[in-house]
Ligand binder design. Sequence first.
Ligand SMILES: [Zn+2]
Length: 128
Amino acid sequence: MKNTTFKTIDIILIISLTIIGLFFVLYNYSVSDNPQESLTAIVKINGETVQTVQLNSGETPQSIHIKEDVILERESGRIRFAESDCPDKICVNTGWLSKSGQIAVCLPRRVSVEIRGADEAGFDAWAY
Ligand SMILES: [Zn+2]
């Protein structure tokens, strides 16, 4: 009788721990998957990181001069090429970047902007 009671408590404990564990897994997943979580824009010229820009929601719009004729625009949780003197304007036409993994490139000016999540990039590699 005593033995049976102990086993029941044991099972309840195991189930409780499993539920708590699942809760944390789901919580972490939802946080990582949330595009509104703080993101970082990595700005590169010739493949060299020249600037990292925090993209937090609620941020006021700001122009960022990367090179003489390349201007990025950042606002609440997103970033884009606002101006570039390149002939193709592919970078400007790419529009806003707001999700981890998105990238805009200006080939003629060798400028790239890549969005990374606040956490490690390993999650993105797995997700894509
Ligand atoms: Zn361009």
